[in-house]
Design a binder for this molecule. Structure first.
Ligand SMILES: *Cc1c(COP(=O)(O)O)cnc(C)c1O
Length: 418
């Protein structure tokens, strides 16, 4: 028995599925998960000592790559002054100032400890600010594991083959409407909020069609609903201004997470002064958290953002482009029909002949059943992709040209076996 197998057996006795987040259990690809013992830059090492080039990067939380020295120093320095106080700190202010200066239209934020909380709170805020209840979301967009948002949630929810989740009462989703991505839904005057991943990265990687986000904006304006960009993945990844700058479309409310925490637990939601002043203590929409704005997390976030500028985003996009074109070519030379979308620094992979534009098409691609073989072929060759067909591929700023070349070489070998 390998150390990974032994740990997985022990884990299954005390953790459901052996994990603390379902996709990690390898259910949709089969086999035993690798247990990470350490990581650095583009690499992770498992408990058996095997090294991988890592494209999971904590589902995009590590944009700089693992164990970035500046981030580690900032966290260590913050920790030496205490880890949580239940009182405001300087670094919360600095982090909030920075993100508000980067994202056009974002004037105030409230920090949380996860992306789930950020999206959940953004929805509550939208309902409180509009006095309406109905939430419209898109199939295949994931907004965390809040009851009302799990319907057709993509990502780990899709891997489970569940529409939403057991334990969610009908009443909790009674006001949730699910619409197909890339078709502008017709809203009514009961709609509080239209929630969207402006670039969908939890059903593989799906781009908004030209004009789609603009039309969603216009439809919200027509009925007085708020537009929520869930930028937990796209925020501070597509560029300093995230999907807002990338698309030129400004929502009313944003949710952030992942990159902004520098690998520590952070989320954040925000909007204009006018919208955010509905949040307690200024307004009647309650929201709070013991560890919200935690000093370690905000120190990490600041240390990440301080290393990101246009040049670095350009470099990361170039890495993503090299990876995407290399993967596409490797598959095509072996006669494997594949789509490798690339949007800025994000990459996806779908098996099939046609570009994927929505959740049904993403599912049809996953249902071809090629991903598990591809995944395990890559893993054997030391390339770690996410263990499910609905996740994006996350190159980091630590991935070198040699890393990408090695990845493409492995993909060519695997392609010949598909
Ligand atoms: C990951 C993710 C979330 C949930 O964030 P957690 O930190 O896992 O709670 C919400 N929305 C999107 C778009 C995500 O990718």
């Amino acid at each position: 028995m390998t150390i990974n197998e032994d740990l997985f057996a022990r884990a299954k006795a005390v953790l459901p599925g052996g994990v603390n987040s379902p996709v990690r259990a390898f259910l949709s690809v089969g086999g035993t998960p690798y247990f990470v013992s350490r990581a650095e830059g583009s690499r992770v090492w498992d408990e058996d000592g095997k090294e991988y080039i890592d494209f999971v990067q904590s589902y995009g939380a590590s944009i700089l790559g693992h164990a970035n020295p500046t981030v580690l120093a900032a966290v260590g320095d913050a920790a030496s002054r205490g880890t949580t106080f239940g009182a405001p700190t300087r670094s919360e202010v600095e982090l909030a100032e920075k993100v508000c200066s980067w994202v056009p239209g974002l004037e105030k934020v409230r920090m949380t400890s996860s992306g789930t909380e950020a999206a959940m709170s953004a929805i509550r805020l939208a309902r409180g600010a509009t006095g309406r209840n109905k939430v419209v979301k898109f199939a295949g967009c994931y907004h965390g594991h809040t009851d009302s948002l799990l319907a057709a949630g993509g990502s780990g929810v899709a891997n489970q083959g569940l529409v939403g989740s057991a334990g969610v009462p009908e009443a909790a989703v009674a006001d949730t409407v699910v619409a197909p991505y890339n078709i502008v839904p017709t809203l009514d005057e009961d709609t509080a909020v239209l929630a969207i991943e402006p670039v969908a990265a939890n059903m593989g990687l799906v781009a908004p069609a030209p004009g789609f986000l603009e039309a969603c904006r216009a439809e919200c304006d027509r009925v007085g609903a708020l537009l929520l960009f869930d930028e937990v993945i796209t925020g501070f990844r597509l560029g300093q201004g995230g999907a807002t700058t990338w698309s030129g479309v400004q929502p009313d409310v944003w949710a952030f997470g992942k990159v902004i925490g520098g690998g520590l637990p952070v989320g954040m939601f925000g909007g204009s002064h006018e919208v955010m002043d509905h949040v307690a203590p200024l307004g009647p929409v309650y929201q709070g958290g013991t560890l919200s704005g935690n000093p370690l997390a905000t120190a990490a976030g600041l240390a990440v953002l301080s290393q990101l500028d246009d040049d670095r985003y350009t470099a990361l996009t170039a890495t993503a482009a090299a990876l995407a074109s290399g993967l596409a070519e490797a598959m095509a030379s072996a006669g494997v029909a594949v789509q490798v979308p690339q949007i800025g620094p994000l990459v996806g992979i779908f098996f099939g002949d046609e570009p994927v534009t929505n959740y049904d098409e993403a599912k049809a691609s996953a249902d071809r059943g090629m991903y598990p073989t591809f995944f395990h072929g890559m893993l054997e060759r030391g390339i770690a992709l996410a263990p499910g067909p609905y996740e994006a591929i996350f190159p980091s700023l630590s991935h070198t040209e040699a890393d990408i070349a090695q990845t493409i070489e492995a993909a060519a070998e695997v392609a010949s076996t598909l």
